[in-house]
Write a protein that binds this ligand. Structure first.
Ligand SMILES: [Zn+2]
Length: 365
């Protein structure tokens, strides 16, 4: 099995197109065509993890955080990023990052957090915009079903929990085949009228080429007429954060105690307790202060995230907000990636890192 087989599978689960614009997910170091000897999963691909990969003869490190994030101008080992890259290259270790694309899928990083807390009725907190497109094409009546099937098989027509969604209207198309054409129906030089179906389907923008190829392949016309339209719609299955409900409402201190033990925390930074009950909980693994207004407008009783700055605590406007630590909030992402890979490759050497990569310590004695 090649490294590319593994990364392709991961990208089926969490397409790189779902990453944020500032991100750098994907294969960061290494040759995708090389045979994979084993996988180490980690939140951070730092030197100690590369050392671990070398000692365990695994030539692929899959990390949540991209080790190269803002680009590199020099590569001479002056900082931990450069030393990690140099060590990986020298030892033929590939580094792959699956970052905001794994955050942004419904079954990703935040789902794992929600699962730990026991949240139900989960919804994406801030669905992603501008990632849907619509295809409209015109097909003769007896060929419409074949085209529809081909489009669905290529991934069009998915809408939340529904598949094979399309809209169809009947009308009349006209065309005149010019000299040299080879029309499916009609004669050269005569305007032809054909009863047609106007077929409309939506699809995620990143599979546009696949959708167009499937349509052309299934379409009987020599020149296929079609429109591609960019949509402003949200895709409810993709985006930042999650919001859900506890099965039973809890009081604030009970809830804080539960989070502390579920996530193995030494300390929780939080806004003041208001003596309210907790039922609706919003979560965002990693740096999630940008979602404070969204959690508020969704009437979350609690928002759990990390990397909240002093002034951002004021922005909570009375909502209970918890900063549980960046590493701590994302720690179960390692289990998530492990489960994804184990399910696909039950007999392959997939390992969770034994290195605690968290650079933050708490002095609590
Ligand atoms: Zn993170």
């Amino acid at each position: 099995m090649k490294i590319s087989d593994i990364t392709q599978h991961l990208e089926l689960v969490a397409p790189v197109h779902f990453q944020e614009s500032y991100d750098n997910a994907g294969l960061i170091v290494g040759n995708a065509d090389v045979e994979c000897t084993g996988i180490i999963i980690s939140l951070d691909a730092i030197e100690a993890v590369i050392d671990e990969a070398i000692s365990k003869q695994c030539n692929l490190v899959i990390a949540h955080h991209p080790i190269i994030f803002k680009g590199l101008n020099k590569l001479n080992g002056k900082n931990y990023v450069e030393r990690t890259i140099l060590k990986a290259i020298k030892n033929d270790i590939a580094i792959y990052a699956i970052h905001t694309n794994l955050d942004n899928i419904k079954m990703g990083v935040n789902n794992k957090i929600a699962e730990k807390i026991g949240l139900q009725n989960l919804q994406i907190l801030q669905p992603k915009e501008n990632i849907l497109k619509k295809l409209i094409t015109f097909a003769p009546l007896d060929k419409a079903e074949g085209i529809r099937k081909a489009l669905f098989a290529a991934g069009a027509g998915q809408l939340g929990k529904y598949s094979e969604c399309s809209f169809n209207t009947e009308g009349t198309g006209t065309f005149k085949a010019e000299k040299g054409a080879d029309p499916h129906v009609g004669e050269i030089g005569v305007r032809h009228e054909e009863k047609e179906i106007k077929l409309e389907v939506i699809f995620p923008a990143y599979i546009e080429q696949r959708i167009i190829s499937a349509m052309i392949e299934a379409h009987p016309y020599e020149e296929v007429a079609y429109d591609i339209i960019s949509l402003g719609n949200y895709l409810s299955e993709v985006g930042s954060g999650l919001i859900g409900e506890l099965e039973n409402e809890a009081n604030e201190t009970e809830f804080l105690g539960k989070i502390k033990s579920d996530f193995g925390l030494k300390v929780i930074r939080h806004t003041s307790l208001a003596g309210k009950k907790v039922k609706k909980v919003a979560v965002c693994g990693g740096a999630g202060s940008y979602l404070i207004p969204i959690a508020l407008s969704n009437k979350a009783d609690v928002y759990i995230t990390s990397d909240i700055k002093y002034h951002e605590f004021f922005d909570a406007e009375g909502m209970l907000m918890l900063d549980i630590g960046h590493y701590e909030s994302e720690q179960f992402t390692i289990d998530l990636l492990y489960a994804i890979l184990r399910e696909k490759y039950p007999n392959f050497a997939v390992r969770k890192t034994e290195v605690i990569t968290n650079p933050v310590y708490y002095f609590v004695e």
